[in-house]
Design a protein around this ligand. Structure first.
Ligand code: HEM
Length: 436
């Protein structure tokens, strides 16, 4: 653990699993506020679950969120159903590009965005839908445009920069794009209120409306509840599209570097999943090597190296160190994922680390891409299902090959923005002959 000073803000970096666990779980009630980040709050007014402090309102929203995610299992947009359906669409889309170089990132963005959209709004959009493309572009702009991303990153660190060129225009662009997302979501909420049938709830918004005792006759959500719902859905889009897509992209880059790992996952898939059978989340327990591969991808390419910032709401003592109120706390997830005490030879990519002597997949507490404790990622379940289904479906149907004549995208280097993502690359998909 060590601390630094960023302008007037003290920041403590937690660098071991034990201390992160202690801070966010045992001392979670005083180490789970969020710092106010003016870049975000100028649009959101902190009416978003990610940005809220750990107070009674937040706790209620978080409980609501968990309950709604559970409630979805009884609707036609259960995570399992929507991701399986989307995996089918993704495969059909990719089939059209077999044999040609393709930037796979874009269909992946659409597949992950549709999964969130189905869960939240029970709507999916075709991959070239202009309106939805705009929402995706706005949700992933910081990753897709590294120059923009770097300026935004600088504004997050030094908020005053947002008033000074050239950062001012990046700030304006951020505000414009985020407002587009909010407008899109507001339209969806209004439409849902219009068509709400409490006896036949369709999705996250419907369940939220029913939980808040909204009926068609009553019509309007009060201002606060509306802002909360809009912020919640905005978080699902902004936290749920980029993170899952980037992890899948890293998985693809890794498969290009290790064809033998790709072949091993395909062998496992062939022996477990029948040729006409669709891959289901339930197959995970019979596919230990595929699960170990994804776990190793999340360890090796830690996409959120410092997690999301926390803030102390009171003075606290942690591992014999005194940390005052209003200190920013960052979990150094990358350090835990690359600590040689946890992972011998941490710079080697090796899925077998996550397989026990009997060939079973063992998930380790020390792989913590979703963080731990009271602010742990709310979308972990959805993210894990998507990553598994999309990668397994791609590998069941295609060989993922490098674009010949071009060098492979680097495995050890990427773009450091809000998330750590691979450089742009193209792949060539070849339909697996055994399945034709
Ligand atoms: C590989 C994919 C993902 C990764 C690595 C990831 C990682 C994280 C991390 C590190 C945090 C911060 C935890 C903390 O403050 O300690 C977080 C929070 C959050 N994530 Fe994710 N996430 C992923 C996917 C998703 C998805 C798919 C959704 C929803 C559709 C989602 C929704 C959220 C929300 C709402 C929060 C805020 C929780 C809170 O503030 O209490 N995430 N995520």
């Amino acid at each position: 653990m060590f601390s630094i000073k960023l302008l007037n803000q003290s920041v403590v970096l937690l660098t071991t699993y034990e201390v992160i666990q202690d801070a966010f779980t045992k001392h979670g009630s005083v180490m789970s506020d969020r710092p106010d980040i003016p870049l975000f709050s100028q649009v959101s007014n902190r009416n978003s679950i990610i940005e809220q402090n750990y107070n009674e309102t937040f706790k209620m929203h978080r409980r609501n969120g968990n309950k709604i995610f559970k409630g979805l299992e009884n609707t036609k947009v259960s995570m399992e159903k929507v991701t399986m359906e989307e995996a089918g669409y993704l495969m059909n889309y990719l089939k059209q590009y077999c044999g040609k170089p393709i930037d796979i990132k874009f269909p992946i963005y659409h597949a992950t965005a549709n999964s969130v959209s189905q869960v939240a709004l029970s709507k999916r959009f075709v991959y070239n839908h202009k309106g939805f493309q705009k929402i995706i572009d706005s949700s992933v702009a910081m990753t897709e445009d590294p120059t923009f991303g770097k300026k935004i990153f600088a504004i997050i660190g030094i908020p005053l920069l947002r008033h000074i060129p050239p950062f001012r225009s990046a700030n304006q662009q951020y505000v414009k794009r985020t407002k587009e997302i909010y407008d899109f979501i507001q339209e969806q909420i209004d439409e849902h209120i219009e068509t709400l049938d409490p006896d036949n709830v369709q999705d996250f918004i419907d369940i939220y409306l029913v939980e808040n005792h909204i009926s068609k006759t009553q019509k309007n959500l009060d201002f606060e509840a509306n802002a909360d719902l809009r912020g919640f859905i905005k978080d699902l889009f902004t936290a749920g599209i980029e993170t899952v897509s980037i992890t899948i992209n890293w998985a693809i880059v890794t498969l290009l570097h290790y064809p033998e790992i790709q072949a091993k996952i395909q062998q496992e898939l062939d022996s477990v999943v029948g040729s006409d059978e669709k891959i289901r989340p339930g197959h995970r327990k019979s596919l230990p090597y595929a699960c170990a591969f994804l776990e190793e991808v999340m360890r090796y390419h830690t996409i959120s190296p410092l997690g999301a910032p926390h803030l102390t709401s009171a003075d606290v003592e942690l591992s014999d160190f005194y940390i005052p109120k209003n200190t920013m706390i960052q979990a150094h997830i990358w350090a835990v994922h690359h600590d040689p005490n946890n992972w011998p030879g941490p710079d080697k990519f090796d899925p077998l680390r996550h397989i026990d002597g009997d060939g079973n997949f063992v998930s380790s507490k020390k792989v913590l891409p979703f963080s731990v404790g009271l602010r742990r990622c709310l979308g972990e379940n959805l993210a894990r299902i998507e990553m598994f289904l999309f990668i397994a479906t791609i590998l069941k149907h295609f060989h993922v090959l490098p674009d010949s004549g071009k060098s492979l995208p680097p495995l050890h280097m990427g773009i450091h923005g809000l998330f750590y993502s691979p450089f742009s690359f193209e792949v060539v998909l070849q339909e697996r002959s055994s399945l034709i």
